[in-house]
Ligand binder design. Sequence first.
Ligand code: SAH
Length: 333
Amino acid sequence: MTEALSHPEHGYYMKQDPFGTAGDFTTAPEISQVFGELIGLFCADVWQRQGASRPFSLVEFGPGRGTLMADVLRAVKIVPGFTEAAQIRLVETSPALRARQQETLAGYAVEWRNSLDALPPAPAFFIANEFFDALPAHQFERTDAGWRERLVGFDGEHLQFVLAPSATPAVQLLRPSPVAAVGDVAEIQPAAISILRHMSEHIAQYGGGALVVDYGYTGAAKGDTLQAVKNHSYHGVLSDPGDADLTVHVDFNTLRETAGEFASVDGPVDQGSFFKQLGLHERTEILCKKATAEQAAHLRSGAHRLTAPDQMGTLFKVMSVTPHNSPHPHGFA
Ligand code: SAH
């Protein structure tokens, strides 16, 4: 998964901008500007209620085209002092997407990073939309002889899944538990756990908060959720490595437990519920008053797509992390 997405020459994200109707898939910030605007106001509200300390880091992971951050920064202009105090840092490995982000965010001082190392000792607000789903997953299959890791083999012509020759002892990492039936698959994302732990430790020590939005589940483990998408449709996961997007569904139970060791966790709640509580429909109607009929129809259909249960409203979840001594953020009632 790492090679297919992030190989310097052949990785899917490294060579192209895959978003939008002409690309392979569309994400929430590309659907409605209100998505990023409300995330910006969410961060500014938490910042104010923690005492508006300055400076602070405003960090986005996997910013895609930079659309979400641009919407965040436009919306927070109404919050006195926020923009001046914010040091914008984007965690992005793809040169193609960095170039795109630079265009979108022209006029702002932005710093790019490959990973979340050495943040200054100040509060940090972390935003991650559809980022954790792109981090590599490990899969294990239950056999008569215990859990075996699923690996990708190459016979000179085709890629195929093969099981590791010996059982893995790391059963304590796995859901479901070792009583799972033969053939069951367990999936874990060590990189996701490590990045969230790093964020949560920073938040606990210096203040700030994190907002994670992604598709995923909160209940029982889902087994094998690896999927490939190309041209807006599902694709064989091993068919076109480097030319199709690869993701897994995020295991929010594990993320909640990871962050909960250090800080206070709200959610995950359904994306529809969160954004409706933050005023998505009200904000959309305000924008519609100044819009042409065509723009208004686009804004309303965007709001519907983000919130309707049969669209993105329930599959996508929102989870926040804040320090234990911080007031509870809005959106999770
Ligand atoms: N948040 C954006 C894009 C989501 S796509 C949106 O909502 O539109 C995933 C993003 O994560 C891309 O920008 C991709 O280049 C980036 N990415 C994937 N793996 C990464 C990694 N290991 N480190 C940093 N960025 C990564």
